[in-house]
Design a protein around this ligand. Structure first.
Ligand SMILES: NC(=O)c1ccc[n+]([C@@H]2O[C@H](COP(=O)([O-])OP(=O)(O)OC[C@H]3O[C@@H](n4cnc5c(N)ncnc54)[C@H](O)[C@@H]3O)[C@@H](O)[C@H]2O)c1
Length: 419
């Protein structure tokens, strides 16, 4: 049943009664859990993906995303119950659905510009099937202004008008890998921003039915976009502060972890942790959505965080020198290749830059990560896997790197880099 123009209470009731048909575009790490939770809460859901093997797996009731608690069971149960299915027919799914939710990736081009092609393609498919009374929601994190600008204009190529014939809102996905189902169901409230009041209200109704913490309506779709970008930028800048403080603390012979622990007991201080850099789909990406001539701090924070890999390799070189060794020709294993511990994701992983700087200085580099297969280490990092072998040096990029079973005569952890 169409939801645009109804009150939040009416939409929530229809949703839980199974009267709302939803299409979720993008069945990846965020989209599949979202589709499964929508179905679990009562909606009839069609997941749309361009990847045929993902679609086939979902239709068999198989979750293809690993490491997400509850997701196997949610996908299996809802496919069996007939509430969740998948298709590659993107316009067809839009024709059937009352609500279309977009959760396809936006990545960066080599020039650090947002690559909106997946988003535009999903919007074009939706424009082919959109009807009066439908609601379109974008959950993908976007440069502020994209929902009310580019997304709206592609959808209006259908001949229908956003804010008159159909609703349009931005409701950013704030979940974290490894706890996505829990986050979607209500670890924190959902931010909801429509291009008009009726869009906001319809979106509120949907997410109130899903998120036990409720929703926070904001003034506009652009405000909602800004909220999500601000969350990411806050962390990037905060990590840059921690990184600079780590470098300065070392110069003073002070332990940065002790400093952070003590400083954060004051309620207005929330220092993050230093490290080899910042990785993943989110934090190193979102600052670029808003960096321009007016955002000197954000650009500097990016530069600081990206320079940490070079700092780390310089420190390693000093350590080797003290032992009468050189990086050139030495065997070094980089341990902890994913962008953070416990998450199988290598997008923008700092390990890649560490490997690059080590190679530039002539080291023979190997990779090790218990979450990656040998082939994955070769294809994502371009290094030979260490598995089973022994090297002279290993540098652990994750705070829990020392737990990895690497055979190395000398293991260097981040703490030693900064001390
Ligand atoms: N990964 C995270 O930790 C995270 C956290 C919060 C928010 N997000 C947001 O979610 C977005 C998606 O991230 P993800 O981790 O789910 O990505 P992902 O790479 O795991 O999955 C994306 C899926 O979209 C599919 N796809 C690509 N183009 C498509 C199209 N035109 N139509 C239909 N399907 C298409 C891909 O085949 C893939 O299955 C991110 O860009 C970000 O804005 C991600």
């Amino acid at each position: 049943m169409k939801v645009y123009g109804l009150s939040p209470e009416e939409v929530s009731a229809l949703f839980t009664e199974g009267m709302v048909e939803i299409a979720v575009y993008g069945l990846g790490k965020m989209g599949l859990p979202l589709a499964a939770v929508f179905a679990e809460r009562g909606a009839r859901v069609t997941g749309v993906d361009i990847n045929r093997s993902v679609v086939d797996a979902v239709n068999r009731g198989v979750n293809h995303i690993k490491g997400e608690p509850m997701l196997d069971e949610l996908v299996r149960r809802n496919v069996e119950a007939g509430r969740l299915r998948a298709t590659t027919d993107a316009p067809g799914a839009a024709r059937r659905a009352d609500v279309m939710v977009i959760l396809v990736p936006v990545v960066l081009t080599p020039e650090n510009r947002p690559d909106l092609r997946a988003l535009e393609s999903a919007c074009r498919s939706i424009a082919q099937g959109i009807e009066e009374g439908d609601m379109v929601i974008v959950e993908t994190t976007l440069p502020p202004g994209t929902t009310a600008g580019k997304v709206r204009s592609i959808l209006e190529s259908s001949g229908l008008r956003a804010g008159e014939d159909f609703g349009l809102a931005h409701c950013p996905e704030r979940a974290m890998t490894g706890r996505v189902v829990r986050d979607i169901m209500g670890a924190y409230p959902k931010i909801v921003g429509g291009i008009d009041r009726r869009s906001t209200e319809a979106a509120m109704g949907i997410y109130r039915a899903v998120n036990s913490r409720g929703v926070i309506p904001v003034a506009s779709a652009t405000t909602a976009e800004m909220v999500k970008v601000a969350e990411g930028v806050y962390r990037d800048v905060n990590i840059a502060i921690a990184n600079e403080l780590a470098i300065v603390s070392r110069k003073h012979g002070v332990n940065i972890w002790e400093v952070i622990r003590a400083a954060n007991t004051q309620p207005y201080c929330n220092l993050h942790l230093p490290g080899a850099g910042v990785g993943g789909h989110c934090i190193p990406v979102y600052p670029w959505f808003i960096i321009d001539d007016d955002t000197r701090l954000l650009r500097t924070a990016r530069e600081v965080n990206d320079s940490m890999s070079d700092y780390l390799v310089s420190r390693l070189e000093e350590m080797l020198k003290r032992e009468g060794e050189r990086l050139e020709g030495n065997e070094i294993a980089v341990v902890g290749l994913t962008y953070r511990p416990g998450v199988k994701e290598t997008y923008h992983s700092p390990a890649r830059l560490v490997i690059k700087h080590l190679r530039r200085r002539g080291a023979r580099v190997y990779g090790y990560d218990p979450l990656l297969t040998e082939d994955e280490i070769r294809s994502t990092m371009g290094v030979e896997p260490l598995n089973g072998g022994k090297v002279r040096w290993a540098v652990c990029l994750h705070s829990n790197g020392h737990e990895f079973g690497v055979k190395a005569e000398r293991k260097i952890e981040l703490r030693q880099i900064f001390s």
